[in-house]
Design a protein around this ligand. Structure first.
Ligand SMILES: Nc1ncnc2c1ncn2[C@@H]1O[C@H](COP(=O)(O)OP(=O)(O)O)[C@@H](O)[C@H]1O
Ligand SMILES: [Mg+2]
Length: 293
């Protein structure tokens, strides 16, 4: 069974610590790395691909240092970088065959694998079209296909849903859940809906530190009893939004309702509601206006 261990990994850029003593123990399944922009997600992912050397600490693939493994590790690895660019004049098929050859597949294998992957990502009918004319979602699917060319055991996807429309996001999630099983898939995102349904485990990264790791349902349990919905008057709305985290404001039939994350019942009419990932994200990553409670 595939295993990736991150041991006390820190990364300094000049004097700035982008990662601080990160420890992880990852096995097969889908892992969601969730954190706001600047949290250190791409830095961690680049370290996991051995493109970036940590300042301290190490990464082990099945017990062996990935840097020492070198090519042997890269053979097991697929990576979609955050800034994945495609060559606009390549066709989808031409591009994938080209990357396959760069990855060391022989010609026959490159042709075969390209055809399989175009099928898998739902682009077989567009294989002869130029990438320049592809939508964001189609381009990301090409990106995922190129990461899968060597049938990797470890698949690292850095913000794979960036720029996708809601429909493309759903398609992507379906593709993702169809993939895993034996594979270790790590995907980063700042969009909670990406990890809410697709990830087996969510890792919360904040300012270079891991502040939580659990299955989505277990993470939500932490928030149980702290999320409320309440109708408010204009005065209450002003007062409550000053002192509580507000994860939603809605208005219907002339009544304003707030969804608040706060330890104590915020108004007499407030009812506790089931926490969702949006609440969780705010709770962990947003500073409350004054202080919690
Ligand atoms: N090459 C670099 N030199 C200096 N600072 C960097 C460099 N790369 C990233 N950073 C900083 O490190 C922090 C984490 O960046 P990054 O890993 O890209 O976060 P994320 O992917 O979560 O948005 C940010 O504050 C960013 O500005
Ligand atoms: Mg990033």
């Amino acid at each position: 069974m595939v295993n990736l261990k991150v041991e006390r990994v820190s990364k300094l850029y000049g004097g700035f610590a982008a990662l601080k003593e990160v420890n992880l123990d990852l096995g097969p399944g889908i892992w969601g790395l969730l954190g706001p922009n600047g949290a250190g997600k791409s830095t961690l992912m680049r370290i996991l691909t051995d493109l970036l050397i940590p300042s301290t600490g190490r990464v082990l693939y099945n017990g062996r240092d990935i840097h020492a493994l070198g090519e042997a590790y890269r053979d097991k690895l697929g990576y979609l970088p955050q800034d994945f660019g495609v060559y606009p004049n390549f066709t989808a098929e031409g591009f994938l065959r080209y990357i396959a050859r760069l990855k060391g597949l022989d010609k026959a294998a490159a042709v075969k694998r390209t055809a399989e992957l175009l099928e898998l990502v739902g682009l077989a009918d567009r294989r002869g079209r130029k990438l320049g004319g592809f939508s964001g979602g189609e381009r990301q699917r090409v990106g995922i296909a190129q990461a899968l060319l060597n049938d990797p055991e470890v698949l690292i996807l850095d913000e794979p849903t960036a720029g996708l429309d809601p429909q493309e996001r759903i398609r992507f999630r379906a593709l993702l859940t169809g993939l895993s099983r034996q594979r270790l898939v790590l995907l980063s995102t700042h969009i909670v809906s990406d990890v809410e349904y697709a990830a087996d485990q969510v890792i919360l990264l904040k300012r270079g530190e891991i502040i939580g790791q659990a299955a989505p349902a277990a993470l939500l349990r932490e928030l149980e009893g702290r999320v409320w919905e309440t109708p408010v008057t204009t005065e209450e709305q002003a007062r409550l939004s000053e002192r509580c985290l507000c994860s939603n404001v809605s208005r219907a039939d002339g009544i304003t309702r707030l969804r608040l994350i706060v330890d104590q019942r915020p108004t007499e009419r407030a009812v506790p509601v089931r926490p969702n990932m949006e609440d969780l994200y705010l709770w962990h990553f947003e500073q409350p206006p004054v202080d919690r409670g």
